[in-house]
Design a protein around this ligand. Structure first.
Ligand code: 5GP
Length: 112
């Protein structure tokens, strides 16, 4: 896989406003937020998109991503009010960075 800007963020070679980190996951503020709270949650291993996910091989990773989303919602105090999780996939899905990532959007009532 071709390396993306997110690999440099994982290695801390370029700055990001990190909000949560484990041995498998990194989460940081989106540089162009689309909501008052806009966090990107990424696996540290390089997978380009959800198209490359294999259900058994990556089961742990999906668990880690959703666990991180819930922890981040708690950190930002939005677990009760709610939040939106989005995976963009491929050109028609609006994906710009080909390192799998989950968007967590919150902080206002979101339109569709
Ligand atoms: P996608 O469109 O691929 O689903 O989302 C990629 C997201 O990454 C975009 O919302 C974009 O604003 C964000 N992004 C791109 N480059 C950077 C960067 O260098 N730092 C941060 N924090 N976010 C980035």
């Amino acid at each position: 896989m071709t390396e993306t800007i997110f690999s440099k963020i994982i290695r801390k070679e370029i700055p990001a406003k990190i909000v949560y980190e484990t041995d498998t996951i990194l989460a940081f503020h989106d540089i162009h937020p689309k909501a008052p709270i806009h966090i990107l949650i990424i696996p540290k291993i390089e997978i380009p998109s959800v198209r490359e996910l294999a259900s058994r091989e990556h089961a742990f990773l999906l668990g880690d991503l959703f666990d991180a989303a819930n922890k981040i919602a708690e950190i930002f105090g939005v677990k009760e009010k709610g939040f939106r999780l989005i995976f963009n996939c491929g050109p028609d899905g609006g994906q710009e960075v080909y390192h799998l990532h989950m968007h967590l959007l919150a902080g206002k009532k979101l339109g569709f």
